[in-house]
Design a protein around this ligand. Structure first.
Ligand code: SAM
Length: 295
């Protein structure tokens, strides 16, 4: 069984990028009245305690979301402000205690006629997710499925109103996840060519991770689809040596979001938000961002 638990990483720089993109995309997609289906292939637990054992152990939120809540934080660009407002909504007062994962961020932005399907395989996270979702009293709007998200979404494509956002956010704990993302993207485009697809991936020194955005680009281009690719780097990926001669891995230095059929407003929103994200979340002088599009 998997050992990855998102609770250790909730609110880190990768979540800031992923959830800022998710919010901006959903804000656009919910402007039209027609019903939207959101498929979250790797949902996680839904809500995380930032003052709990997991988050305190890793301290990743301190260098992520918490920096955007610091008293010294300057005025934020609209997309980043929307992200901060969303996280703030889950926290009473000033203390940052709760972090909303993609299921709860999405649910907040949906209208009553929209649908949300959540896939989660880890039994502990599944239990937590189901319990958290039950508190929402969202009725039939939100479904929690104990299924493999890569496979499970097939039965929901195309959605009834022919409008969908698919968020695919695996932990990439298993190397085969990279190939599964590509297979899922190709299969989904055949089932539902006009859906909006958003894939998160880690930027780490591993050939599969390096190749993923390039292969997604090729896939989208061959299918005649538009795409948008945003990356955020917060520090160098170099392995350093400590004074005692041990090697020190830097932790996740960077990540990317690759979208197929992105909302047309997203590029401009990220063009403003990404430089500010890189500046505010920088951990060393290597912090930077990229934004490219095509199709
Ligand atoms: N999307 C979440 C968010 O933004 O809040 C975080 C998801 S976390 C990065 C990945 C999750 O996928 C983990 O909770 C893991 O247990 C789950 N998982 C791993 N493989 C899966 C699969 N094939 N199908 C569904 N869930 C899976």
């Amino acid at each position: 069984m998997f050992s990855y638990r998102h609770a250790f990483h909730a609110g880190n720089h990768a979540d800031v990028l992923k959830h800022t993109v998710l919010i901006a995309a959903l804000q656009h997609l919910t402007e039209k009245d027609a019903a939207l289906t959101v498929l979250d292939t790797h949902a996680g637990a839904g809500l995380y305690r930032l003052d709990g054992d997991y988050a305190s152990t890793s301290g990743e939120a301190a260098d992520g979301v918490a920096r955007l809540f610091a008293p010294t934080t300057p005025a934020l660009t609209p997309a980043l402000q929307a992200y901060v407002d969303m996280v703030g909504d889950f926290n009473q007062g000033k203390a940052l205690r709760v972090y909303p994962g993609s299921p709860f961020i999405t649910q907040r932005l949906l209208r009553s006629h929209d649908k949300l399907k959540l896939f989660e395989l880890h039994p502990t996270d599944l239990r937590a997710l189901a319990g958290n979702v039950a508190q929402l009293e969202a009725g039939r709007q939100v479904a929690v499925l104990h299924e493999d998200g890569f496979e499970g979404i097939k039965k929901f494509l195309p959605p009834p109103a022919r409008r969908a956002l698919v968020l695919c956010d695996p932990s990439y704990e298993i190397k085969s996840d990279y190939a599964k993302v590509l297979d899922m993207a190709a299969d989904s485009l055949k089932r539902f060519a006009t859906g909006t697809y958003a894939f998160w991936y880690p930027i780490i020194p591993r050939p599969e991770a390096h190749d993923l955005p390039r292969r997604l680009k090729t896939l989208a281009t061959k299918a005649g689809k538009s795409w948008l690719h945003a990356t955020l780097t917060v520090k160098s990926s170099k392995i350093t040596e400590t004074v005692t001669g041990d090697t020190k891995r830097p932790g996740l230095p960077a990540s990317g979001m690759f979208l197929i059929n992105p909302p047309y407003t997203l590029k401009a929103a990220l063009k403003d938000a990404l430089p500010q994200m890189a500046e505010l979340l920088a951990q060393d002088k290597h912090a930077t961002h990229t934004l490219e599009s095509g199709g």
